[in-house]
Ligand binder design. Structure first.
Ligand code: PLP
Length: 389
């Protein structure tokens, strides 16, 4: 196990005293400095007024953009604050000018909200949706992707880490195909950002969406969108308001030229500032160190579960992350979750409805999802395994 100041991580995570939180893919425990910051901001809003605090805290609100840009190796003008990953993804996706006959290539492990959006767009524009098969390891087959490319492929849209499994799709290799053929590349990085290095230059994606509350440990109701500088102009946001555009005449508006054109005027200001704080906090831990620890804990949990009679670990892929999924003979995922909760252990369940093609292909209805973060311990993993035994 890599060197990690686990005592400090736990001391700064007050919830560790109450629960063994293995539901980080749902929503992580917020670190004390971030929770305290958020409370202070809200207290100031109560005492001073929301607009007045936003003016006083302008530097903190701006810090969200610089911190996110640093996290992703992007520029701050390529970042938009959006209330969750789904809406961030939507703002990019629905901005793409599809024409009849255009093709979207996506993955087996695609998040269902994205699939729903593809189908809706297909009905409206005549774009077609095709699912790239997996390779034998269960990750997206990059050679198959390349073989499917022709000049009608308008978009490659991939979920980096699915909601219901430990798989890490090969985002960089996919990016090389997208770049080679100059195809728009949208990455759903909701579960990967914060648990592993996500570098938009190395990956080569044009758009990327993520959420605040999961592996970044920020507040609920926060998220962001990254859009590559040279793609911002070609994408007309599906919704505009007087922040994203300026009304310059009674029949004309001018859209902003940076990624903030995808934002709303009204938003969760305290959350935006606190998410910037959470990202600084994560960067201070060092994302490479976080990834080493999360991967190690994930493998320890998988190995312990696989050794239990009647338990099957259902994670796929060559690279596997901190999300660990499994099922057990003769006990439903819902019952296991409830039984673990009685012992102060938080997990969640994932069903086929979250990632339909992947679950259907494997004949899986529901699994238990135990997702570790760096502040979890081997003792917590042992406690979970003991309850299952
Ligand atoms: C892969 C993936 N994409 C998108 C989302 C949606 O994120 P949000 O709830 O922030 O909209 C999730 C949430 O679980 C997810 O796992």
């Amino acid at each position: 196990m890599s060197e990690f100041d686990i005592a400090r991580a736990r001391a700064e995570t007050r919830g560790c005293a109450r629960v063994a939180h293995l539901n980080n893919a749902g929503s992580s425990l917020t670190p004390a400095p971030v929770a305290d910051y958020l409370r202070t901001y809200l207290d100031e809003e109560e005492m001073l007024g929301g607009y007045e605090v936003a003016a006083r805290r302008d530097g903190d609100l701006e810090n969200f953009y610089t911190a996110t840009a640093r996290l992703l190796n992007a520029s701050s003008d390529e970042i938009a604050f959006i209330e969750n990953a789904t809406r961030a993804w939507d703002m990019a996706f629905y901005a793409i000018p599809f024409e009849p006959g255009d093709r979207i290539l996506t993955a087996m492990a695609e998040y269902s909200s994205n699939m729903i959006a593809y189908i809706q767009r297909a009905k409206a524009t005549g774009v077609t949706i095709e699912i790239v098969p997996n390779d034998a390891s269960g990750q997206l087959d990059v050679a198959a992707l390349e073989a499917m490319i022709d000049d009608r492929v308008k978009l490659i849209a991939i979920t980096h880490v699915p909601t219901g499994g430990g798989l890490v799709n090969p985002a960089e290799e996919i990016g090389r195909v997208a770049r080679k053929h100059d195809i728009l590349y949208l990455l759903d990085a909701c579960q990967s950002v914060g648990q592993m290095p996500v570098d938009v230059e190395a990956i080569g994606c044009d758009m990327l969406s993520a959420t605040g509350r999961k592996y970044l440990r920020g507040p609920r109701g926060t998220g962001f969108l990254y859009v590559r500088r040279n793609r911002i102009e070609m994408l007309e946001p599906p919704f505009l308001d007087l922040f994203s555009a300026e009304l310059v005449a009674t029949d004309r508006y001018v859209v902003r030229s940076d990624a903030r054109k995808f934002e709303n005027w009204e938003r969760y200001f305290a959350g935006q500032a606190a998410l910037g704080h959470a990202i600084d906090y994560a960067l201070d831990w060092d994302i490479d160190a976080i990834w080493d620890r999360v991967k190690d804990l994930g493998e320890i949990l998988r190995a312990s579960l696989a050794a239990l009679p009647g338990v099957e670990v259902t994670d796929e892929g060559k690279v596997r992350c901190g999300i660990v999924t499994f099922r057990k003979q003769d006990e439903t995922a819902t019952s296991i979750k409830a039984r673990l909760a009685e012992h102060g252990i938080n997990v969640s369940t994932s069903s086929a409805s979250g990632t339909l093609p992947s679950f259907q292909a494997r004949g899986i209805d529901e699994v238990v999802r135990a997702s570790v973060h760096y502040y979890n311990t081997e003792d917590e993993i042992a406690a979970l395994v003991e309850v299952l035994r």
